[in-house]
Design a protein around this ligand. Structure first.
Ligand SMILES: [Mn+2]
Length: 370
């Protein structure tokens, strides 16, 4: 395998004690791409990521844990290189560390950091689907949106402007939340580029409240705002996993009236979601679609680290079936939101989130499968 080969190259050119500059790498068609002083310093080499020339592109390939310790280096998503901007990238992981839109337990502002930390477990290939994202797309971690933790409306403006810039480069954003408020300004930017988009929304909650405590902006209202502003192609919207107590006996009436397909969690219990996703693909068709995955869609037994948990949720397997079922769709952006690390001392919620984000990358357009 190329990566195993790459790993050996890495070991060869790094040597057991130091990282000498790129001769061996270059001689095998591998270029060093991150800041590299050539200093003979053991610690530096763990922060260097090589990329490999192929089809005229230099793909970013994270260092394999076969050769570089997982726990070493600066914590980027998937141990990918950090980049200042999305320029030249096909896809980018970006964090939006806010929780000022939460209605109950806070803490999602720490989500991106812990997802990055736990993502050190990720490897380069998807063993289940045989996807090879790092042989397909140029991907990097472009850091976090510079949010204003004192002002949610200003934060929304900052997010919208940041995503306008990301999308203008042609890069597909893979977002790490942050609470679900962020989907609203992200979709404003997405719709500005693509027009009204389809939406696959996986969540315990519909997030279509109109006003909460007199406020229009919060993590319970983003998709109501999106509908009002015409950002969604409502016939191509599906909400999956909705559950919990409601403010009225027919909590999802408004959603269905917009044309959304609402799949309440009871329809998912004890079932594979592979057949559902075949129907979803038919509903969504070939137009642009955005995937928004709230970690609270999963049962809190699996993902307790979240702000508004609801019992009897989806399993991680069903989460994978949903994401893998998005293969072939024209995904123009994805997010994974509402990871609140303080409510899960094990880190497993963030670990689950990291894996789900990796799976999202694996179903983007133009991914190579072995
Ligand atoms: Mn949500």
């Amino acid at each position: 395998m190329l990566l195993r080969h790459f790993g050996k190259v890495w070991l060869n050119f790094s040597g057991p004690r130091f990282c000498s500059k790129s001769e061996a790498c270059v001689s095998r068609g591998i270029a060093l791409t991150t800041a590299h002083s050539g200093q003979r310093n053991d610690r530096r080499k763990t922060q260097i990521t090589c990329s490999r020339g192929m089809s005229g592109k230099n793909y970013n390939v994270p260092p394999s844990a076969e050769f570089v310790a997982r726990v070493s280096g600066i914590a980027t998503m998937g141990k990918l290189p950090y980049r200042e901007t999305a320029e030249g990238l096909d896809a980018a992981f970006v964090g939006v560390p806010i929780d000022t839109g939460t209605s109950n337990r806070p803490g999602a502002r720490f989500g991106p950091r812990q997802i990055r930390s736990e993502s050190a477990m990720l490897r380069a290939y998807n063993s289940g689907t045989r996807a090879a994202p790092y042989e397909s797309l140029v991907v990097a971690d472009i850091g976090d949106v510079n949010v204003n933790v004192y002002d949610l409306k200003d934060t929304c403006k900052r997010i919208r402007e940041a995503y306008h810039k990301i999308l203008a480069t042609g890069c597909i954003p893979l977002t790490m939340g942050g609470d679900h408020t962020i989907a609203y300004p992200i979709l404003q930017a997405v719709a500005a580029k693509h027009g009204p988009v389809g939406l696959i929304h996986v969540d315990a909650h519909a997030d279509t409240s109109d006003v909460v405590l007199g406020e229009k902006i919060g993590h319970g209202t983003p998709f109501r705002r999106c509908v009002e502003e015409g950002l969604l192609d409502c016939k191509r919207v599906v909400q999956i996993g909705l559950r919990g107590t409601g403010y009225s006996p027919d909590a999802y009436k408004w959603n269905r009236a917009q044309g959304f397909r609402v799949v309440q969690v009871e329809e998912c219990w004890h079932k594979s979601l592979v057949p559902l996703m075949a129907e979803v693909r038919a509903q969504i068709g070939s137009g642009p679609v955005y995937l928004s995955f709230d970690i609270d869609a999963l049962d809190p037994a699996y993902a307790p680290g979240t702000g508004t948990p609801e019992i009897a949720g989806l399993t991680p397997i069903q989460g994978l079936e949903i994401i893998r079922g998005c293969r072939g769709l024209n995904l123009v952006g994805c997010d994974l939101v509402e990871v609140s690390p303080p409510y899960d001392t094990t880190g497993n919620t963030a670990l689950t989130a990291a894996n789900l984000l990796f799976e999202m990358m694996c179903v983007l357009p133009n991914i190579k499968y072995y």
